[in-house]
Design a protein around this ligand. Structure first.
Ligand SMILES: *Cc1c(COP(=O)(O)O)cnc(C)c1O
Length: 377
C-alpha cells in the first residue's frame, strides 16, 4: 500500500523518556511517569481520578467489576461498537442489551434507551463514536431517573467536548484507549477515569491484584493484603514513559488531525450535495478530536467497490464494525431491544479514509482518487 490507512505518529521524546525510566530503575508500574500521566489526564479531562491501564479493554473490565454486576444484570449499549464494550460486561455474567444508533452521529439513540430498561438493567455504556459526544444530558437524566450507572467508552474521545465538558468526565466512569490506532498512543494502553469519588479506593484495589497496596504505599495501612476481587491492570513504567511524551503533544496532535479532517470535510461537501455519500455530522454543542474521517456510501456493494478501487490505487481504506448483535458471541451473550436498522445500514455503508499526521502532502491525491472512484461508480 503506497498510502496506508494508519501510520502511528511519534512525537520524538518517547525513547528519551524510556531511557530515563530505565535509568531510574523502576520498571514496574505507578512510578513518576505514571503519576505524570495521571496528573495530565486529571487536569485536562477534569476527571476526579485517572488510573492508567494496559488498554481500554482493561479499563472497561475494571468498570464492570466496580459496578458489582451480577449474572443476568443488563447493560444497555450500542451494537455499533468494538467488541470490548460488550465483552467487559459479559465477563461478569452480565447481558449486553443492544440499542440502535442515531443516523446522524452514529451514537446510541438516546430516545430508544428508556424502552430497553427492565428490572435487571444496571448501567448504560455509551460509546462516543469517532470522538463525537453522545447526547449526554438526556442520557444522564435517564440514568438518574432509573438509578443506573453510566460508563463512557471514550476510547476514541480524548480531548473531545460536549457542551464545554471533556468527554470521559461526564459519566460515573470512563475508559480511554492509547492503542496505536488512536490519536495519542503507547502501543497498547488505556486509562480508567473515575468521576464518582466513592469508587476510587476500590478501583485502586481492583487494579492492584485485589490488594490494598496503594493504601500501604501512602502509609494508610501498615501491611498490604488481599482484600477484594482484582487483577493486574497497571502498565509498566516503560509504557507510561512513552505515553507521557505523547500526552505533552496531545493538543498539537489534535490540531494537526483536525486540519486533515476539515480538508476532507470541505472536499466531501459537493459529493454529499450530489447524493453520492453522506458526511459525518458534528452537533453544534460538540467539539471533536478528529479521531476519524468516514464516508457513508450507498450500501455494501458500493462500499466494497470503493475499498477495492482505492486499494488498486495503492490507498488503504477500512470498514467497521460487524454489529455486535449479528456476531456469534453477541448472539450468544446479548440481546437486542427494538430493530437495529441504522446499525445495519451504517455497518454496510461506512468507509474510513486515511487520517494520520504526515498525510498532509498526500491528502490531495487521496481525495482526487476517491472522487474519481465515486463519480465513476
Ligand atoms: C479502540 C477501542 C476499544 C479498545 O481499546 P483497546 O485499548 O485496544 O483495548 C474499545 N472501544 C472502542 C469504541 C474503541 O474504539
Amino acid at each position: 500500500m503506497t498510502i496506508p490507512f494508519n501510520r502511528p505518529y511519534l512525537v520524538g521524546r518517547e525513547l528519551d523518556n524510556i531511557t530515563q525510566a530505565h535509568a531510574m530503575g523502576q520498571l514496574s508500574g505507578d512510578g513518576s511517569f505514571t503519576r505524570a500521566c495521571h496528573a495530565w489526564l486529571e487536569r485536562r479531562t477534569g476527571t476526579y481520578k485517572a488510573l492508567l491501564t494496559h488498554s481500554c479493554t482493561a479499563a472497561l473490565e475494571m468498570a464492570a467489576i466496580l459496578l458489582d454486576l451480577q449474572p443476568g444484570d443488563e447493560v444497555i449499549m450500542p451494537s455499533f461498537t468494538f467488541v470490548s464494550t460488550a465483552n467487559a460486561f459479559v465477563l461478569r455474567g452480565a447481558v449486553p442489551v443492544f440499542v440502535d444508533i442515531r443516523p446522524d452521529t452514529l451514537n446510541i439513540d438516546e430516545a430508544l434507551i428508556e424502552q430497553a430498561i427492565t428490572p435487571r438493567t444496571r448501567a448504560i455504556c455509551v460509546v462516543h463514536y469517532a470522538g463525537v459526544a453522545c447526547e449526554m444530558d438526556t442520557i444522564m437524566a435517564i440514568a438518574a431517573r432509573h438509578g443506573l450507572r453510566v460508563v463512557e467508552d471514550a476510547a476514541q474521545a480524548l480531548l473531545s467536548q460536549y457542551k464545554g465538558r471533556q468527554l470521559g468526565s461526564v459519566g460515573d466512569l470512563a475508559a480511554l484507549s492509547f492503542h496505536e490506532t488512536k490519536n495519542v498512543i503507547s502501543g497498547e494502553g488505556g486509562a480508567l477515569l473515575i468521576n464518582d469519588p466513592a469508587l476510587v479506593e476500590r478501583a485502586e484495589v481492583i487494579r492492584e491484584k485485589g490488594t490494598n497496596r496503594s493504601r500501604f504505599f501512602r502509609g494508610q495501612v501498615d501491611k498490604y493484603t488481599w482484600v477484594d476481587l482484582g487483577s493486574s491492570y497497571l502498565p509498566s513504567e516503560l509504557i507510561a514513559a512513552f505515553l507521557a511524551a505523547q500526552l505533552e503533544e496531545a493538543d498539537h496532535i489534535t490540531s494537526r488531525r483536525l486540519a486533515i479532517w476539515d480538508r476532507y470535510h470541505a472536499w466531501a461537501a459537493p459529493l454529499e450535495a450530489a447524493g453520492l455519500l453522506r458526511r459525518p455530522v458534528i452537533p453544534a454543542e460538540c467539539t471533536h478530536n478528529a479521531h476519524m474521517y468516514f464516508l457513508l456510501l450507498h450500501g455494501l456493494e458500493a462500499r466494497t467497490h470503493f475499498i477495492e478501487a482505492m486499494k488498486a490505487a495503492g490507498i488503504g481504506t477500512v470498514f467497521h464494525y460487524i454489529p455486535l448483535h449479528s456476531s456469534p458471541a453477541g448472539q450468544r451473550y446479548g440481546r437486542t431491544s427494538g430493530t437495529l436498522a441504522h446499525t445495519d445500514a451504517t455497518s454496510d455503508g461506512l468507509v474510513r479514509l486515511p487520517l494520520w499526521i504526515g498525510l498532509e502532502s498526500l491528502q490531495e491525491h487521496v481525495m482526487q482518487t476517491a472522487q474519481r472512484v465515486l463519480e465513476q461508480a
